[in-house]
Design a protein around this ligand. Structure first.
Ligand code: HEC
Length: 169
């Protein structure tokens, strides 16, 4: 009896994995592209919990809400940077906190205590930036971007290159 249950569990997991693979592969054609993507993924494998987070945005319809919010955050940060550099005041009406930690990520394995702690520190930095007086904005913006970098060093190193461009000149 236990033996049978064991078999069906193993079989179930196996079928689940096969189904998953078919699902993720259904759109990819074998060839140069997929080899390149494999190589990229391998490059980050040691440091990334979320290998997928460095993926090219080839199939936008399959992107998870967390990935979409991150893109929005990166666009917003670019606008913040431009304003902060030209001494314009930024505020939370224009740049509200994006609650990415509440939505589905590409890789659910990232949802660890350290991830939520990083999200909390990020949230604090957002608040500090938005309530900073104009003469403190540069400093607080830098602290804010450092929190993007902090989390990405652990959970998703692919976009770090892009994020480093958001650092003040
Ligand atoms: C608490 C951790 C954490 C913080 C803080 C964080 N990120 Fe992310 N970021 C992630 C994770 C995890 C992903 C992968 C999301 C997914 O694929 O579902 C990601 C994905 C991204 C992506 C790639 C999105 C795509 O196209 O797939 C960009 C760009 C990005 N983040 C920029 C930023 C910027 C800019 C900030 C700061 C304003 C930031 N992140 C703050 C964890 C974080």
């Amino acid at each position: 009896m236990t033996y049978k249950i064991g078999i069906s569990v193993v079989l179930g997991i196996y079928l689940g994995l096969v189904a998953c693979n078919q699902n993720t592969n259904q759109n990819s054609k074998p060839g140069v592209d997929s080899i390149k993507i494999e190589a990229e993924a391998g490059k980050y494998r040691n440091i990334d919990t979320a290998e997928d987070c460095a993926k090219p945005t080839k199939y936008p319809n399959q992107d998870k809400p967390m990935a979409l919010m991150m893109r929005q955050m990166a666009d917003n940060a670019q606008k913040m940077k431009d304003k902060v550099e030209s001494g314009e005041k930024i505020d939370a009406n224009e740049f509200p906190l994006i609650r990415f930690h509440l939505v589905e990520p590409t890789d659910p394995n990232i949802l660890q205590p350290q991830f939520y702690e990083n999200a909390r520190l990020f949230q604090q930095a957002h608040k500090a930036l938005m309530s900073a007086p104009a003469n403190k904005q540069k400093e607080m913006y830098t602290a804010y971007i450092n929190q993007c970098i902090n989390c990405h060093q652990t959970y998703c190193s692919g976009p770090l290159k892009r994020i480093r461009k958001l650092v003040l000149n």
